[in-house]
Design a protein around this ligand. Structure first.
Ligand code: AMP
Length: 138
């Protein structure tokens, strides 16, 4: 069976944040969860993505962490993919669009997030399975 994003994404409790949250709240949430991105959700709907890169832009603009809001620095309407999508196409989108996270949506429901790190481990697992087959199954 073909491998899909479902096999490599982080699922379950995806970090979400509201657009009205402050930059400081976002930074603390990313730090606490030790992740690089939060999906921005309003009224149950995904409206954006906010990553450490956005935090960097806010700092470069001298925005105060207790005043600046996520909605001013998030990317609205992020690229999302369904869980049955192929990991290699996800990697291609990340490379072309120059971002490292893709929320995984099953219809309107947020079911996971895939990062470039998840896709690297997917590549390593596939690569080592191929190497294994090469030596053990001539
Ligand atoms: P990243 O490399 O994921 O930290 O993100 C770099 C920039 O792209 C940031 O401004 C993010 O808000 C934005 N970004 C990240 N993921 C996505 C996505 N799936 N769709 C659209 N923009 C994104």
């Amino acid at each position: 069976m073909a491998v899909t994003l479902r096999d490599f994404m982080s699922s379950g409790d995806v970090l979400t944040i509201e657009p009205s949250a402050t930059l400081g709240d976002a930074a603390r949430a990313l730090r606490k969860r030790d992740v690089g991105a939060a999906v921005v959700v309003e009224g149950g709907a995904v409206v954006g993505i906010f990553t450490e890169r956005d935090l960097l832009r806010a700092i470069a603009d001298s925005r105060h962490p207790d005043v600046g809001q996520v909605q001013s620095y998030m990317t609205a309407d992020p690229v999302t993919l369904p869980p049955d999508h192929s990991p290699s196409e996800a990697a291609q989108i990340m490379s072309e669009r120059r971002f490292r996270h893709i929320p995984v949506m099953d219809g309107d429901e947020l079911v996971g997030i895939v990062s470039i790190r998840d896709l690297m481990s997917a590549g390593l697992r596939i690569g080592s399975a191929e190497a294994h087959m090469g030596t053990d199954f001539p």
